[in-house]
Design a protein around this ligand. Structure first.
Ligand code: HEC
Ligand code: HEC
Length: 383
């Protein structure tokens, strides 16, 4: 090493041919460095910082008998200039002390006016108080949920928002594995049997009014499509005919009326004869499924709407008819409490086209109208 600084932009140091230059650091770097220094200094002065005054505190938030090692610290000028109560240190009120005494902490050494946090404001104390505030609000809303029905919650904007917020994680934990996180289900083309229904549409297998959704979640569902519709006499050729017919029903190339008569697609007459004999008992003479035929527990799919539970390709439909299908929606009765099931029902109802109420059968509507007419006549008679 040489002890003079040569004028060639180096320090004159050289190791194995590597020379040390005297370049200044880049401007952006220097600016960043000084800005950082300034920030740290200001932060240090403004906020609580230097650890000191560590001691054992025997009163924690006014409750005696607890010994806690307190890490004291300088308070920072925030304590002087900010009117945030946490920087000032919040004071105990007599009402708060009374609450503690009522809880059995009767050896309190604090009195109204004492500072709440002996070490002034800390982020953790502020957080604890905020959490306590949120929990207090939640507790009130949770209690309110308990007393409301699914429909009442849906009709109340605030409670609806609360229920949707609370049920998001619940849905993720309990339902998303099968129905996907958004509830859109999963049509598994490789393994159609592992498909799960979409909860975001208004195509219901078991009914989309509130009581029915609660029932589905509580008790679970196990709809079963027997192999060959339970008719062992069906040949492979019959199955293939039926599969073609099911495709045609879904594309509109064949149409059935409510009595099971073909109104379109004459070439499917033989297939329809098979369908009416074997399949209509569950899927309905019109092939529109259990729901459309006022059976709210059968779960037989509507075959005319092009919405598929397992898949609508000819191959999948043939497989469905040949092997049958058994979907299983687990029961959550023992796993979730009533309120959780309730808010999940709210969520499912809101996700898709939730139904306002149980649909009425045409005969029931007629009976209803008859009742009204009778009521009117008897009123007339009374007058
Ligand atoms: C293990 C998979 C699985 C899990 C977990 C699951 N489900 Fe299901 N769910 C199904 C299957 C399968 C069906 C269809 C049943 C059938 O076809 O017989 C279904 C059907 C439903 C239906 C009926 C839809 C209709 O159209 O009528 C609702 C509602 C429902 N699930 C809600 C939920 C909710 C809410 C959760 C979470 C608490 C949940 N499911 C968890 C598999 C699951
Ligand atoms: C005992 C009642 C019953 C009979 C009989 C029956 N099905 Fe089904 N079918 C169902 C049920 C229930 C489902 C839905 C199964 C599930 O969700 O787990 C279903 C599902 C299907 C599907 C799947 C549709 C989709 O969306 O993926 C097809 C296709 C089908 N059935 C066709 C037929 C045909 C054709 C026949 C006559 C050979 C028939 N079914 C007879 C009850 C029945």
């Amino acid at each position: 090493m040489s002890d003079h600084t040569p004028n060639d932009g180096t320090t004159g140091h050289e190791w194995d041919g590597i020379r040390e230059l005297t370049n200044k650091p880049p401007k952006w770097w220097a600016l960043g460095f000084y800005a950082g220094l300034t920030f740290v200094t200001c932060y240090y002065i403004i906020y609580p910082s230097t650890p000191m005054n560590n001691k054992v505190q025997e009163v924690v938030n006014g409750v005696t008998g607890m010994e806690v090692f307190v890490h004291g610290h300088t308070k920072g000028i925030m304590g002087i200039i900010s009117d945030n109560p946490y920087y000032q240190g919040e004071e105990w009120t007599q009402a708060e002390i009374d609450v503690l005494v009522a809880k059995g902490h009767n050896e309190l050494t604090i009195k109204a006016g004492d500072l709440k946090y002996q070490d002034g404001w800390t982020a953790i104390n502020e957080m604890r108080d905020n959490v306590a505030d949120i929990e207090a609000v939640r507790a009130t809303s949770m209690a309110k949920l308990d007393s409301m029905s699914v429909d009442e919650i849906i009709a109340d904007d605030d409670m609806l928002a609360f229920a949707m917020g609370r049920s998001r994680v619940l849905f993720g934990d309990s339902c998303a594995a099968c129905h996907s996180s958004g509830g859109q289900g999963n049509l598994n083309e490789t393994h159609p049997g592992n498909s799960f229904p979409n909860l975001t549409d208004d195509d219901w297998l078991f009914g989309g009014w509130s009581e029915k959704i609660v029932e589905t979640i509580t008790d679970g569902r196990e709809a079963s499509m027997p192999a060959k519709g339970g008719n062992d006499d069906l040949t492979a050729a019959n199955v293939s005919e039926l599969a073609d017919f099911v495709v045609a029903l879904s594309t509109g190339d064949a149409e059935l009326d409510n009595d099971g008569m073909l109104t379109k697609g004459e070439s499917f007459l033989p297939a329809n004869a098979l369908f009416q004999e074997t399949c209509s008992a569950c899927h309905g003479a019109n092939a529109q499924g259990s729901m459309a035929n006022y059976d709210f527990d059968g779960g037989a799919v509507n075959l005319t709407d092009g919405i598929w539970r397992f898949g609508g390709s000819l191959a999948t439909i043939t497989e469905t008819i040949t092997q049958g299908r058994t979907g299983k929606m687990p029961s959550f009765a023992g796993k979730l409490d009533a309120t959780s099931i309730k808010i999940l029902a709210v969520r499912v109802h809101q996700l898709g086209g939730g139904m306002a109420e149980e649909p009425m059968e045409p005969e029931e509507i007629e009976e209803d109208m008859m009742d009204e007419t009778t009521a009117e006549t008897s009123m007339d008679e009374a007058v």
